[in-house]
Design a protein around this ligand. Structure first.
Ligand code: F6P
Length: 308
């Protein structure tokens, strides 16, 4: 996110546009937590995790009264366009606000979940994926030494991108993901297909979601239904949301951040900046939010093929 903030700020300044930083997202927009941003405000931040602007969940912005207050702040601060960085919730808020007040808003896809339609990848996803791989590599030592079955729960809200690609990248045996939870009992399928044919230990990545039930629930099922396995659970949690961003994330954030200002200069509004096949694209908010981004089912086959 910091790389995106830096890119937005510096592209605007390069185009003689003044920039203001709004702290704590919509919360700071309502309360007026805003300061002018110069190029030095964004120095030395590209390598930092988190966001120098801080962030917050804001219930008030979900109400018309809250959004009215936010609009008053923008008028008072003489701000005439807004760049919003965030996931589904932030961009849904951006869309409603832009429509209600006919205000120019451009969004940047910022979520580790990678679940925004219209962009191949989202800011933070690659870094989180790399963190998962590093963690799984370490857990594997215990799994192998003790001949255990590990369920490792990763984030993703209701999307399996982190679990599925994390599983391929870490050489895990399987991924249990929400996208196919309604189609098959993934745990039963896994065990009945004899997933430990050639090895004594196994690692299964589980996407957190009501649909998968989560790692704890699956481990309890194994204890009940397949007591021959020595099962353990690790929940990676917020580990996945921090740390210095990967090179890919920094480049992605820099490109979409620059593109946000260029889009506003072209009079684009109510769009999310995405990247498809290495090209910048403008995705209407309505499309980015409303559509579920599908997982690539070929990856399921790849994982299955390689985990024998
Ligand atoms: O949406 C991003 C995300 O990281 C999800 O994967 C996760 O469920 C959630 O945020 C965690 O949110 P919080 O930090 O509020 O617990």
């Amino acid at each position: 996110m910091n790389a995106a903030i830096r890119a937005v700020t510096r592209t605007a300044i390069n185009n003689d546009i003044a920039v203001k930083g709004i702290f704590r997202g919509y919360k700071g927009l309502i309360s007026g937590e805003i300061i002018p941003f110069k190029t030095q405000n964004v120095s030395n931040i590209i390598q930092q995790g988190g966001t120098i602007l801080k962030t917050a969940r804001c219930q008030e912005f979900m109400t018309p009264e809250g959004r009215e207050l936010a609009h008053e702040t923008l008028v008072r601060e003489e701000i005439d366009a807004l760049v919003v960085i965030g996931g589904d919730g932030s961009l849904t808020g951006a869309r409603i606000f832009a429509q209600e007040f006919n205000f120019p808003v451009v969004g940047l896809p910022g979520t580790i979940d990678n679940d925004l339609f219209g962009t191949d990848t989202t800011i933070g996803y690659d870094t989180a994926l790399n963190t998962i791989v590093e963690a799984v590599d370490k857990i594997r030592d215990t799994a192998t030494s003790h001949d255990r079955l590990f369920f490792i729960e990763v984030m993703g809200r209701d999307a399996g991108f982190l679990a599925l690609n994390g599983a391929i990248a870490s050489g895990a045996e399987a991924a249990i993901i929400p996208e196919i939870s309604t189609e098959v009992d993934q745990l039963a399928e896994l065990i009945q297909n004899g997933f430990r044919k050639t090895k004594n230990s196994s690692i299964v990545l589980v996407a957190e979601s009501e649909l998968t039930g989560g790692a704890i629930h699956l481990a309890e099922r194994v204890k009940r239904e397949y007591p021959e396995y020595d099962v353990r659970v690790t929940i990676l949690g917020h580990l996945q949301r921090g740390g210095s961003p990967s090179a890919s994330d920094r480049i992605l954030a820099s490109r979409v951040g620059e593109a946000a200002i260029l889009a506003l200069l072209e009079d684009q509004r109510n769009v999310m900046i995405g990247i498809q096949n290495d090209q910048i694209v403008y995705v209407p908010f309505s499309k980015a939010i409303k559509n579920d981004k599908p997982i690539n089912r070929e990856l399921l086959r790849t994982l299955r093929t390689l985990s024998i």
